[in-house]
Design a protein around this ligand. Structure first.
Ligand code: PGA
Length: 253
C-alpha cells in the first residue's frame, strides 16, 4: 500500500437542514473516533458550516466547503470567500465539482482562478476532475483529464502539497454505477503521470488522488486496495453516518 495517508471526504451537496446536519455530524463522531491512519472531512452546505464545525470541535473530522469564490470581500452578491470559510472553521474547499462544471457552467480558467485564490488564502483544495460518458466512449477521456489538470492547476508550485485531486467520472456520480477498481486505478495512474509532467515525480508520488462516484461501504474496500487510490469523495453515502463511517473504516489501517 502506498505511503500516502488516505483521505475520505463527504460532500453533502445541497442537502440537510440545520438540525439534521448537526445530527449527522454528532452521529459520525463516535463511529470514526478510533479510525487510525485516515484523514476525514465533511463538506456541508454554507448555511450549516458553522454549526457543524461547532459540533465537530475536538473530533478527528475536518470541515470543508463545497465551493469558494475568487475574492476576499466586496460586491459579489451571493458569493462566499475563502476568508469567510476559514472564519467558520473550514480547512478545505472542493473546487471544480462536476455539478459546478456542468450545471453552473464553471470553466477551466475560472476553476484555476478559484483554486489559486483558495490556496493563497490558506485553504486546502480538493480539485475535482472527470470525464462524461460520451468522452470515455469516444476515447477522449485522457485528453479531457489532462486538459482539466493542466488548465485547472496551472501556475501552482509548492502549494500543490495542499491539493488533493478527486477523480470523479461524471457517469458514476449519483448513478449507482461505480468505476471498477481497474478503471479507477487506470485513471489515477494517468492523473499521476500528468502531475509528474507538470510538477515532477516527487510531487506526483506525494499527491493524493481520491476516487468519487457512487462509493458505498460495499465497494470501498476493493477500490482503496488499489495502489493509486488514496481515498474517496463521497456524495450520497456520506449523508448517513453509518455508511460514511464504514467507508472511512475501509480506509483505516
Ligand atoms: P455520489 O457523489 O457518491 O453520490 O456518486 C460523489 C460526488 O459527487 O462527489
Amino acid at each position: 500500500m502506498a505511503a500516502r495517508t488516505p483521505f475520505v471526504a463527504g460532500n453533502w451537496k445541497m442537502n440537510l437542514l440545520l438540525a439534521d446536519a448537526v445530527a449527522l455530524a454528532e452521529g459520525l463522531k463516535p463511529l470514526v473516533a478510533s479510525s487510525a491512519g485516515v484523514e476525514i472531512a465533511v463538506c456541508p452546505t454554507y448555511t450549516t458550516l458553522y454549526a457543524v464545525g461547532k459540533a465537530l470541535a475536538g473530533a478527528n473530522i475536518q470541515l470543508g466547503a463545497q465551493n469558494a469564490y475568487v475574492k476576499e470581500s466586496g460586491a459579489y452578491t451571493g458569493e462566499i470567500s475563502p476568508q469567510m470559510l476559514k472564519d467558520v472553521g473550514c480547512s478545505w474547499t472542493i473546487i471544480g465539482h462536476s455539478e459546478r462544471r456542468h450545471i453552473l457552467g464553471e470553466d477551466d480558467a475560472f476553476l484555476n482562478e478559484k483554486t489559486r485564490f483558495a490556496l493563497a488564502s490558506g485553504l486546502n483544495v480538493m480539485f475535482c476532475i472527470g470525464e462524461l460518458l460520451e468522452e470515455r466512449k469516444s476515447g477522449a477521456m485522457n485528453a479531457v483529464l489532462e486538459r482539466q489538470l493542466t488548465r485547472g492547476l496551472d501556475g501552482l508550485d509548492a502549494e500543490l502539497a495542499r491539493v488533493v485531486v478527486a477523480y470523479e467520472p461524471v457517469w458514476a456520480i449519483g448513478t449507482g454505477e461505480t468505476a471498477t477498481p481497474d478503471q479507477a486505478e487506470e485513471a489515477h495512474v494517468f492523473v499521476r503521470s500528468v502531475i509528474a509532467s507538470m510538477f515532477g515525480e516527487a510531487a506526483a508520488a506525494a499527491l493524493r488522488i481520491q476516487y468519487g462516484g457512487s462509493v458505498k461501504p460495499d465497494n470501498a474496500a476493493e477500490l482503496i486496495s488499489r495502489e493509486n487510490v488514496d481515498g474517496f469523495l463521497v456524495g450520497g453515502a456520506a449523508l448517513k453516518a453509518d455508511s460514511f463511517a464504514a467507508i472511512v473504516n475501509a480506509c483505516a489501517r
